[in-house]
Design a protein around this ligand. Structure first.
Ligand SMILES: O=C(CO)[C@H](O)[C@H](O)COP(=O)(O)O
Length: 232
């Protein structure tokens, strides 16, 4: 099975958790987009849901495919969010933000009674940190924020470069108007300490560690699709 087929399989199982009338957070990325395509088929067949997208990119796809949308201002409490991830550890702690949507993704997931992650098996890791950690920062004072993050990392025994995410020769700008620093710290043995420390840096808007948010991960691999439940 190729990578796209695995993403579709995970999305298909996630769709079984969606029921009529749900207020649904809709994630960002190639796996979430497979979910949107399947969801659109259900909507066309009569399913009534209202979706809150986690990015302009997802909103555009939903509009194109006829998935009805709302905003968190109109619909501040959601039943379920389905989203992808860049890494998933055995406790269902996640690294997200590879697609640059981590801030809205975290706000939407936090507004949801439940979050289900969909992924292919390559996203499973024993310890987070193989994928660089996206950190969304305010453009003002970028160098000072970078220095503060480097010092924090050293205090926590982490070391590695911070790279300003670029696109077409310009800094990548998020939907919220911020920049992203991708932190290649290597393995992160204590994600909670790093999360707390990053939140205390004034220029940091949000980071891609999603801790305690995912209730289940639907993971597709060569041997089929398995659902991993959070133990907390
Ligand atoms: O966090 C994300 C976007 O900000 C995505 O969920 C994550 O990057 C996974 O994307 P994909 O399904 O394309 O591998």
């Amino acid at each position: 099975m190729n990578a796209r087929t695995l993403k579709i399989e995970a999305a298909r199982v996630a769709l079984e958790h969606v029921t009529d009338g749900m207020r649904l957070g809709i994630g960002t990325g190639s796996t979430a987009e497979e979910f949107v395509r399947l969801l659109a088929e259900k909507v066309a067949a009569g399913m009534t849901i209202i979706g809150v997208p986690t990015s302009e990119r997802t909103a555009a796809l939903c509009r194109e495919l006829g998935v009805p949308l709302s905003t968190l201002d109109e619909t501040p409490e959601l039943d379920l969010t389905i989203d992808g991830a860049d890494e998933i550890d055995p406790d269902l702690a996640l690294v997200k933000g590879g697609g640059g949507a981590l801030l809205r993704e975290k706000i939407v997931a936090s507004a949801s009674a439940s979050m289900i992650v969909i992924a292919d098996e390559t996203k499973m890791v024993d310890t987070l940190g193989r994928f660089p950690l996206p950190i969304e920062v305010n453009p003002f004072g970028l160098k000072s924020t970078e220095l503060a993050i480097t010092r924090l990392a050293e205090q926590l025994g982490l070391k590695g470069p911070l790279t300003l995410r670029m696109t077409q020769g310009e800094p990548f700008v998020t939907d919220g108007g911020h920049f992203i620093l991708d932190a290649s710290f290597g393995r992160i043995p204590d994600p909670r300490a790093l999360s707390t420390g990053l939140h205390a840096v004034p220029g940091v808007v949000e980071h891609g560690l999603f801790l305690g948010l995912a209730k289940a991960a639907i993971v597709a691999g060569a041997d089929g699709v398995k659902t991993v439940h959070a133990t907390r």
